[in-house]
Design a protein around this ligand. Structure first.
Ligand SMILES: NC(=O)c1ccc[n+]([C@@H]2O[C@H](COP(=O)([O-])OP(=O)(O)OC[C@H]3O[C@@H](n4cnc5c(N)ncnc54)[C@H](O)[C@@H]3O)[C@@H](O)[C@H]2O)c1
Length: 322
């Protein structure tokens, strides 16, 4: 299969490119290297069936050329990371909405099978934990920039579903929950790589809020396995799937476990949300997926437990720092 991965030089995309090439697919990556990096795909350079195009989603002719050759598209390119969204909301809206619109246009022109990356953030501040795909979505007011990411990704879902309904686009939507693993960078506010780096440098691990908020972390290898299985499924129904781990850990416990496993003497420092982000920042206490739908439909459940995830990230970060 010829697969186009938008955002393929990013964290999840580069692991997906590895996996698809390994099973014999051809992979074309489109990426503007804004948060991704050429380093992530350096090892793939020169591999038969691999190509990289340094361009953005708004480059219509390039997008058209790549979509024309693709049997399937995995759309991962997006503005991601809390800090990036809070600092540059216009850019985030343009990338996530106009970029996805352009991508979907190209995909439907050539009838490409299309997988769209969405996010647990579309559940907003819903308290109906665990979140199931048909649950109501609850956002805060628009003068809180915090909701830009979730709302723009939700609009992507609507755009994609409209393309399916009106033009028969073969479609699957994946709502990822916290994905972690080697190559993820802490530069844009992702908690786990940031903690690991702080622990290895002997710096305080900065926990935002009281540390009792929980998250569920899923290893990127498990996520890529889900994407690869979903790519081969029929897409006539335009299904939405939660994809993530349902094992909860508090952020305070996470910091403690990282310190212990990295053999670090770093202290933990608690920072109010207002200092970490902006006044009035609303965090979510729990964000847990109901993964019974994807388990029933394709037999997927995560296999990596938290200790193994942490060891993998600590090893990766140690190597990167030496
Ligand atoms: N990592 C997670 O925990 C997580 C959770 C939920 C959803 N997601 C979604 O998964 C996808 C991949 O996320 P990731 O964690 O790999 O992030 P990432 O930042 O590593 O990957 C995104 C990639 O898109 C590229 N990109 C951004 N804007 C672009 C544009 N206009 N044109 C072309 N390329 C562009 C970036 O350079 C980067 O390589 C995103 O859509 C994100 O919203 C990720």
């Amino acid at each position: 299969m010829n697969v186009l991965i938008t955002g393929g030089a990013g964290f999840i995309g580069s692991h997906l490119a590895d996996a698809l090439l390994r099973r014999g697919d051809s992979v074309a990556v489109l990426d503007n290297l804004s948060t991704g990096s050429a380093e992530n795909i350096r090892a793939l350079d020169g591999r038969p069936g691999f190509s990289f195009t340094h361009a953005a989603l708004d480059d219509g002719p390039v997008l058209d050329r790549l979509a024309r050759r693709a049997d399937a598209i995995v759309h991962l390119a997006a503005a991601v990371g809390v800090h990036l969204i809070l600092d540059r909301p216009t850019q985030a809206i343009e990338t996530n909405v106009l970029g996805s619109h352009a991508l979907l246009d190209a995909a439907r022109r050539y009838g490409c099978r299309t997988l769209i990356a969405s996010t647990s953030e579309v559940y907003g501040k819903s308290k109906a934990v665990p979140f199931s795909e048909d649950a109501d979505l609850v956002f805060g007011p628009p003068n809180r920039t915090r909701w830009v990411y979730g709302v723009t990704k939700l609009l992507d879902e609507f755009l994609a579903l409209a393309a399916h309904q009106e033009h028969g686009l073969p479609l699957t939507i994946m709502r990822f929950f916290n994905v972690v693993g080697p190559r993820q960078t802490g530069r844009f506010g992702m908690v786990l790589p940031r903690f690991v780096r702080q622990a290895l440098l002997g710096q305080p691990l900065t926990v935002y809020g009281d540390g009792r908020q929980t998250r569920c972390f899923c290893h990127v290898t498990d996520i890529v396995r889900a994407i690869v299985i979903l790519l081969d499924q029929p897409m006539s129904q335009a299904e939405i799937f939660n994809v993530g781990s349902d094992h909860e850990v508090t952020i305070g416990e996470l910091a403690e476990q990282i310190i212990e496993r990295a053999d670090s003497s770093s202290p933990i420092r608690y920072l109010p949300y207002e200092e970490a982000y902006a006044a009035g920042f609303e965090d979510l206490r729990r964000r847990v997926p109901d993964i019974s739908k994807i388990a029933a439909e394709i037999g997927w459940t995560p296999t990596y437990l938290l200790p193994k995830i942490l060891d993998d990230m600590i090893d990766f970060e140690r190597n990167r720092m030496t």
